[in-house]
Design a protein around this ligand. Structure first.
Ligand code: XUL
Length: 513
């Protein structure tokens, strides 16, 4: 049996699969807001941070680990688990002192993880990926190494506020003594994996690439970036490794408390996006995942670490080997909901029937679909900009907004040079066939939806099974199946309308930014 964890923004989930029976045999989840209300973080982060700060309490993640293992051990005999892998929300960092390694090596099963670990933190809260407070530090690091183009060529991304490097720099400036007392800076992923293993585990390449510190050429820490980030950082960083290489057997705390076998091994944890690439069955180039959530993301496997010349896209490691790109669009569901409310309609106006009624308008009416600041492209939009060639109706406005969202995605993913053979759609809005049809038409590629709900936790369980010697491609053919009837084919007669619309969209965008 193989156990995969996903410690995301709002919850910690676990999936156990049995590769002999080819099925998922147990699942459990802890929702931080609902199940751990004493952290006052209803959505998994501490609300009300000033100047763009968004932090979470790492003890909440640790308390959730005890809880989720309690739930799993009530369902199955955990002594049958031979390999554990996992993923964490990317970029978030945990700062620990020199007591950490001896505490995790000697955890007492009669007490809780939280009670024993809280003394090891040098920073009581962790900045997470939603934090935008480090603009100044980004500028300082970029200028110290010769500019953002250089940072991007080395690390796969220009300096990004939510990435770990600028967050570490900010802490070292704000609280030099606590920074000096920090013996290790963990990612969310490596922190949880280390607690399970009873020793500090390496940082996985896939997740490590989200720090603005890893050099993609040799997958080791870039000396110049590390030195530009903070003093003495080299000694605080763990080595890097692949999430497919088990590093330790599970700590005795978990053997005694939850019944794991002493032979159960632990792999370095990766990031939630790399794990999701695995869980969506999209680890080979040619497939694209579009996740429609609060923000929309577009990600895909890449053989080489190609970087975005405009600096919007990021390069992370692909757990199956090679790399992956990720582009994040802030105006995702936020924009769809804003138009829905503005028109006073409900989601049925976004359904397939409603949208097919305006098919003859495809590509004719342009919307820059931004209701607030956007990160791809980076600009402080305040409201959508439209250029319509037909009278405005609700149906035309909705079609135009959705087309604008996916034309913007198509435009900003061109640097990757891939013609997607299929698009895997996931996230809340992916169930909607009308939206799926517009994705298929704008990209001129078939769209599929998978049966899996939690692709990151499934991906982690598949990583564990692969690390134990199973074949990932075989596993993906079993566990990452498209759900029946989910396939939507592109309307090929619209190919030229969208090619023309793409140019017009680009021109309209250039008038604004
Ligand atoms: C990716 C990103 C988020 C987090 C949280 O760059 O910031 O997707 O990984 O899920």
């Amino acid at each position: 049996m193989f156990l995969g964890f996903d410690s995301s923004t709002q919850s910690l989930s676990a999936i156990v699969l049995d590769a002999d029976q080819n099925k998922i045999i147990a699942e459990a989840s802890v929702n931080f807001g609902k199940d751990l209300p004493h952290y006052s973080a209803p959505s998994g982060f501490i609300p009300g941070g000033s100047s763009g700060e968004v932090h979470a309490d790492p003890m909440m993640w640790i308390e959730a680990l005890d809880l989720v293992l309690g739930k799993l051990s009530a369902q199955i005999d955990l002594s049958k688990v031979t390999m554990i892998a996992g993923s964490g929300q990317q970029h978030g960092s945990v700062y620990v002192n020199e007591s950490f390694d001896s505490i995790i090596a000697n955890l007492d099963p009669s007490s809780s993880l939280k009670a024993q670990l809280s003394a090891s933190l040098t920073r009581s809260t962790s900045p997470i990926w939603m934090d935008t407070s480090t603009g100044q530090e980004c500028k300082e690091i970029a200028s110290a190494v010769g500019g953002n183009a250089e940072v991007c060529a080395r690390s796969g991304s220009v300096m990004i506020e939510r990435f770990t490097g600028s967050q570490i720099r900010k802490f070292s400036k704000q609280n030099p003594s606590a920074y000096a007392a920090t013996s290790r800076v963990h990612l969310v992923s490596s922190f949880i994996a280390s607690v399970l293993a009873g020793k500090s585990l390496p940082i996985d390449f896939g997740d490590g690439a989200g720090m603005n510190l890893l050099n993609l050429k040799d997958l080791t820490w870039d000396k110049d970036l590390v030195n530009a980030t903070a003093s003495n950082l080299t000694e605080k960083l763990l080595p890097t490794a692949s999430c497919l290489k088990p590093q330790a057997t599970i700590g005795s705390y978990f053997i005694e408390k939850y019944g794991f076998s002493k032979n159960c091994q632990v792999c370095p944890f990766t990031g939630d996006n790399p794990a999701s690439l695995v869980g969506m069955g999209a680890t080979t180039p040619g497939q694209v995942v579009i996740s429609l959530g609060t923000s929309d993301t577009f990600f895909a496997a890449m053989a080489e670490p190609k970087t975005d010349p405009q600096g919007f896209g990021h390069v992370f490691g692909n757990p199956a080997g090679g790399f992956m790109s990720l582009i994040c669009f802030r105006n995702g569901s936020l924009a769809r909901e804003a138009l829905r409310d503005e028109l006073g309609v409900d989601w049925s106006a976004f359904d397939q029937d409603a949208l097919s009624s305006s098919k003859s308008s495809a590509g004719k009416n342009l919307t820059l679909p931004f209701y607030g600041p956007e990160i791809t492209p980076r600009h402080d939009f305040e409201k959508p900009v439209t250029e319509f060639s037909e009278p405005r109706t609700d149906a035309i406005s909705i079609r135009s907004l959705l087309e604008g969202q996916f034309l913007n995605m198509r435009l900003h993913s061109q640097w990757m040079g891939i013609a997607p053979q299929r698009i895997l759609l996931t996230g809340g809005a992916s169930k909607n066939n009308g939206i799926a049809q517009i994705v298929a038409d704008v990209f001129q590629a078939p769209v599929e939806r998978l049966e899996v709900a939690n692709s990151a936790a499934l991906g982690a369980a598949l990583i564990a099974a692969t690390a134990a010697g199973n074949n990932l491609v075989n596993l993906q053919s079993i566990f990452c199946k498209p759900s029946p009837d989910s396939r939507i084919l592109p309307e090929t007669s619209l190919a030229s309308a969208y090619a023309t619309a793409l140019d017009a969209f680009k021109r309209l965008l250039q008038t604004q930014i």
